[in-house]
Design a protein around this ligand. Structure first.
Ligand code: GLN
Ligand code: ZN
Length: 766
């Protein structure tokens, strides 16, 4: 049975974030396991009905079943029973959610970003003795349940090689891929179970084949995928398999994927390219295999250029494949439906409506292209010309290309990206700031209390006026300043009370962005974000941070840091236009920030921090693209910050990652002080920085703010002593791992007290 045109996965949160609400109600004890199951099943059913309504076939191949209560990688961990010792006393949902979130006794699995997206998965911990067997039938049960509703679905499952390539060793140096045989044995049983349940097709995502950024080598991963799937597919007791290589260029992997004998292969034609005739030499009988051509971008929100997609589909056909239309990735990274927005709202640029395709619109695109493919392109001539029209009109819309912005970016010189000699800067800043050794500071945000959130929501709804809102925020800022003075912190922050989110706040104030009201996407578990839409040329057109900063500085004699979000992070956490290069977009944002930096400096800020926590996240999956990325990303940071006087101290902050691959780039930012996540890895980053001759100020985090645990003075002092032993104490700063907005006040005050005491102790020992 052949495969129909399809999408690789559908958003899981629900149009009204039903999943989030159901799961959070369960956690809060407002519903029980049965209630959660019921709500989740209802959402799944509604999603399937929607897929059919939008035109996907019901034939057992086209409807993806990629639902999950929390995360698709966690689902495999749970299926395999591959849980670390500390969770083994638990069972059922208690165990499932403890793995995800921890509980009073156990800390959860680590969370990390899924390839180069902003989605986080839970990292399996695998050791030589981790139990691995078919532990439950949840995935098959979901299939069977959907079947009972009248939908024959195509279960979507993370592949065994990818699962282990994304795992970490239970102990340092252990390679989880050593357990591949055990995992494969379970997949064999799983395929048999799906077959018995009546599944016609399953989709296996072996995404690891597109990445050079994993600890296992890409060639090794590709070889393992070929070996494992050749074996699994040799059985006849299984459904047909769609072997998917989404999220990047699979050209390197293509021959191996093909040789496995999978009935269908899905590739990403947004980031990747079609294999060439040479790549396919020696592979026979192409027409007996289906190629799902991922011509619709699954992780951005722009309407597809249908004419371009048509050409790609024709080229794929010319290579000899049986071609079907697909998406480049699962649609879990985009919101449900543009029709949920109120396009009459003056805050939304109404032009945008036509330019956008959220998940449901992408399905419509797949269906249209499929019609063209099967009935001939004339059958969709109207759609093709309407689409071409929209794209032409878009290019000519005011704000899309602003001459002044383009000219300014084009005129950027190396000098604009270069600050003076560091030794001179250091001396000038020392004289101006006069700080003690091991100065203490925080990363920016203080806890976002219920009062702050309530005021912001009321202000957004127009229930309180600007002046009242401003007063409340100022009260909060003053409170946070007083608290930091009492704690005796050296360099203060205003606390970011006025910011809903470190990217959206800037998107709302800069030209070139739009923000949606319902455009939620899953970030992890029940957490959703609403990425802003960067559609036009970016520029600063009014106040951003200066009034808040000025107020904060006016109530204290200690230095208060100006606080901005850097270009790469703004790009990483928004939906970004694709009609110009990311490097150009980054430079536009950089110049807008450069203006803001200048305004802060003029207002008297002695220290300005520009956060780039997402610098590592956007690192391309392919090694060959790293150098170019690092050049434009580092270049944009420098363009944003290099305009200041030598006595103005530039800080930056990085987190969420293993920094190994980007240490040189971090040094290349040329910030005067870099605060960096380090507590969880016991200062591991310091020797790395040392090896690279890092000589500027550095603040390795000494408090892991991801948990409510309060670190003791001894613990923090211990970390500081490690730091003092590995780098010159003259460059050391003392700070937490990241901002405090998700923490409560009790643990924040207690932890900061210990942090300051520890800094003073170690200062004495210098
Ligand atoms: N300044 C930001 C904050 O403190 C940085 C957040 C981040 O690194 N993610 O919240
Ligand atoms: Zn951070």
């Amino acid at each position: 049975m052949s495969l129909s045109s399809t999408i690789l996965g559908y958003p899981r949160v629900g149009r009204k974030r039903e999943l989030k609400k159901a799961v959070e109600a369960y956690w809060a004890g407002r519903s029980d396991a049965a209630g959660l199951k019921e709500a989740e099943a209802e959402l799944r059913k509604a999603n399937l009905a929607r897929l059919v309504e939008l035109g996907l076939d019901r034939d057992g191949s086209a409807l993806p079943e990629n639902s999950s209560l929390y995360d698709q990688v966690l689902d495999i961990t749970f299926l395999l029973g591959a849980v670390p010792e500390r969770f083994r006393g638990l069972g059922g949902l208690d165990q499932y959610f403890a793995l995800a979130r921890g509980n009073a006794e156990v800390f959860p699995l680590e969370m990390t970003k899924w390839f180069d997206t902003n989605y986080h998965y839970l990292v399996p911990e695998i050791g030589p003795d981790t139990p691995i067997s078919l532990k439950n039938t949840d995935l098959v049960d979901r299939f069977t349940e959907a079947k009972s509703w009248g939908y024959l679905t195509r279960p979507v499952i993370v592949g065994p090689v990818t699962y282990l390539a994304l795992s970490k060793g239970e102990t340092e140096g252990y390679d989880p891929l050593d357990r591949l045989e055990d995992v494969v044995a379970v997949y064999e049983q799983l395929l048999t179970a799906f077959k018995a349940a009546g599944a016609e097709w399953v989709e296996i995502d072996e995404t690891a084949v597109v990445s050079d950024n994993l600890s296992a080598s890409r060639d090794g991963i590709i070889a393992k995928v070929e070996q494992v799937w050749t074996h699994l597919l040799s059985s006849s007791n299984r459904p047909h398999v769609l072997l998917a290589a989404p999220y990047g260029d699979s050209t390197k992997a293509f021959p191996a994927l093909f040789r496995t004998g999978a009935e269908a292969i899905a590739i990403d034609l947004d980031r990747g390219t079609l294999p060439s005739a040479d790549d396919l030499a020696g592979i026979n009988n192409l027409s007996s295999r289906t190629l799902v051509a991922g011509v619709v971008d699954g992780r951005n929100i722009w309407a597809t250029d249908l004419n371009k997609a048509k050409d790609l589909l024709e080229q794929a056909k010319d290579l000899g494949f049986t071609v079907k239309v697909g998406t480049s990735t699962s649609l879990q990274h985009v919101p449900h439906d543009t029709d949920l927005e109120n396009w009459a709202d003056p805050e939304l640029n109404e032009n945008l409506h036509d330019w956008l395709a959220f998940a449901d619109q992408k399905i419509e695109e797949v269906v249209i292209l499929d019609r063209g493919l099967t009935e001939g392109w004339d059958a969709i001539a109207d759609e093709l010309s309407k689409n071409a029209d929209i794209l032409t009109r878009r290019a000519a819309t005011a704000g899309v290309a602003v001459d002044a912005v383009r000219e300014r970016v084009a005129a950027l010189t190396e000098a604009d990206r270069t600050r003076g000699d560091y030794a001179e800067r250091e001396a000038a800043q020392e004289a101006r700031l006069n700080l003690p050794p091991l100065p203490t500071t925080t990363i920016g945000s203080f806890p976002q209390t219920t009062e702050i959130r309530t005021s912001r929501a009321a202000h957004a709804r127009g229930e309180i006026d600007d002046a009242t809102y401003e007063d409340r925020m100022k009260e909060e800022i003053e409170r946070v300043i007083r608290l930091q003075e009492e704690l005796d912190i050296d360099v203060l922050v205003h606390g970011e009370a006025e910011r809903n989110d470190m990217v959206q706040y800037f998107a709302e104030l800069l030209d070139g962005f739009a923000v949606t009201k319902h455009g939620w996407v899953q970030s992890y578990g029940s957490r959703c974000t609403r990425p802003s839409i960067l559609w036009g040329d970016v520029a600063k057109s009014g106040d951003i941070s200066v009034p808040w900063w000025s107020f904060a500085q006016s109530v204290t004699n200690r230095p208060v840091k100006g606080m901005l979000t850097g270009p790469v992070t703004i790009i990483a956490w928004s939906f970004v236009r694709k009609d110009i290069s990311l490097g150009q977009v980054a430079d536009q944002i950089a110049l807008a920030l450069r203006d803001e930096v200048a305004d802060l400096e003029k207002a008297g800020a002695a220290i300005i921090q520009v956060d780039e926590p997402a610098l590592r996240e956007l690192l391309p999956l392919e090694q060959s693209k790293h150098a170019d990325y690092l050049e434009w990303s580092v270049g944009s940071f420098r363009a944003a910050t290099a305009g200041v006087d030598k006595a103005t101290q530039i800080h930056t902050h990085l987190c969420y990652s293993d920094f190994g691959q980007i240490i040189d780039a971090i040094a290349g930012l040329d910030a005067d002080v870099t605060s960096i996540e380090a507590a969880r890895s016991a200062m591991e980053v310091l020797p790395d920085l040392n090896d690279h001759g890092f000589s500027h100020g550095v603040g390795p985090g000494v408090w892991d703010i991801h948990s409510p645990r309060v670190p003791s003075t001894e613990e923090i002092a211990g970390l500081l002593r490690l730091a003092v032993d590995s780098v010159d104490p003259r460059i050391l700063w003392v700070n937490p791992d990241c901002g405090l907005k998700t923490r409560g006040y009790d643990e924040t005050v207690a932890s900061l007290k210990n942090l300051v005491t520890a800094a003073k102790q170690v200062r004495e020992e210098l």
